[in-house]
Design a protein around this ligand. Structure first.
Ligand code: PBG
Length: 323
């Protein structure tokens, strides 16, 4: 049928009807809020490049989790700012390291909160790279030891899911084997599978104090122009045992999310990263955009592209104001 029998505007003519025929709806069930744990008590360091986000000591992190639960955000992903760093990141796998302690405190005080832990080394190494440096580059196979050790420690302290973000080859398999050998065969792995070497991570590196001290991450994170390679990365992680695969960043990579959705049947996550968040905040502060409408449109677009799970710093704002 064509015009004038068909008129597309008929279905847009009433707000109730528009709501009825809405194809994509974001809900708080889809969202994961990233949080940053730091040492000390009663510490709330504002992250200047990410307005409204803080490095929180564990006591305040627990309070933040309670207030997230109150508005319906029931999942977080944790990043750690450690007391001390080392050459390999192995320091993050100690039982008294920042993330294991944070997991334990949250589980004890906010038992309903679903805790995902980012597994990587860049916050914990003196040089800020995601692994062990050999001859000026990150060594793939040596790096996996600390990733497996971190995952097992986090599991022992009660984490609900681990999310390796380092982009080493073969790490999903090694982590799966490591967890299974310790009896954690039911702990899911969400793999940062297609993670690009992106300028959109700039504000996060301030937040997590994880900027590389030399060079960049191009020898392990993906080259932004590549799309076929993303399918290979995702496929490898699935074969190695990933339960959920992630595309990161989200907005400049909606085509990758869509391609992955059309090709793979497991749940897909997308990370709406720090730079994507901060650009919205900066434009909103200047009064150039309507922040509420923009946030809703951004999250909806990520879901419409095909992701089931969205990691986003907008999670609390969305839950409070935008549903
Ligand atoms: C750790 C990690 C990074 C992010 C998540 N995990 C930083 C990086 O790879 O440099 C970025 C998150 C964001 O920008 O919001 N490897």
């Amino acid at each position: 049928m064509s015009f004038p029998i068909t008129r597309m505007r008929r279905l847009r003519s009433h707000p109730v009807l528009r709501a009825m025929v809405t194809e994509t709806k974001v809900t708080t069930d889809d969202l994961v809020m990233p949080l940053f744990a730091c040492p000390g008590t009663n510490v709330k360091n504002p992250i200047s490049s990410m307005p409204g986000n803080y490095q929180l000591s564990i006591d305040l992190l627990v309070e933040e989790c309670k207030s997230l639960m109150d508005v319906g955000i029931r999942a977080i992903i944790l990043f750690g700012i450690p007391e001390e760093k080392d050459e390999t990141g192995m320091i993050a796998a100690h039982d008294d390291a920042i993330i294991p302690r944070a997991i334990e405190a949250i589980k004890k005080n906010v038992p309903g909160m679903y805790i995902i832990a980012d597994v990587c080394n860049c916050e914990y190494t003196t040089h800020g790279h995601c692994g062990v440096i050999v001859d000026g580059d990150v060594d793939n196979d040596q790096t996996m030891d600390s990733l497996v050790a971190q995952s097992i420690t986090f599991a022992r302290h009660g984490v609900d899911m681990v999310a390796p973000s380092d982009m080493m080859d073969g790490r999903v398999l090694r982590i799966r084997q490591g967890l299974d050998a310790e009896g954690y065969y039911n702990l899911p792995i969400m793999a940062y599978s297609a993670k690009y070497a992106s300028a959109f991570y700039g504000p996060f590196r301030d937040a997590a104090d994880s900027a590389p001290q030399f060079g960049d991450r191009s020898s392990y994170q993906m080259n932004p122009p590549n799309s076929n390679e993303a399918m290979r990365e995702i496929e490898m992680d699935i074969v190695e045992g990933a339960d959920i695969v992630m595309v990161k960043p989200a907005l400049s990579y909606l085509d990758i999310i869509r391609r992955a959705r059309d090709r793979f049947d497991l749940p897909i996550a997308a990370y709406n990263v720090s730079g994507e968040f901060s650009m919205v905040k900066a434009a909103a502060e200047k009064g150039w955009i309507d922040e509420n409408r923009i946030v809703k449109e951004i999250l909806t677009s990520i879901k419409r592209a095909g992701s089931d799970i969205i990691l986003t710093y907008h999670a609390k704002h969305f839950a409070e104001k935008l549903q």
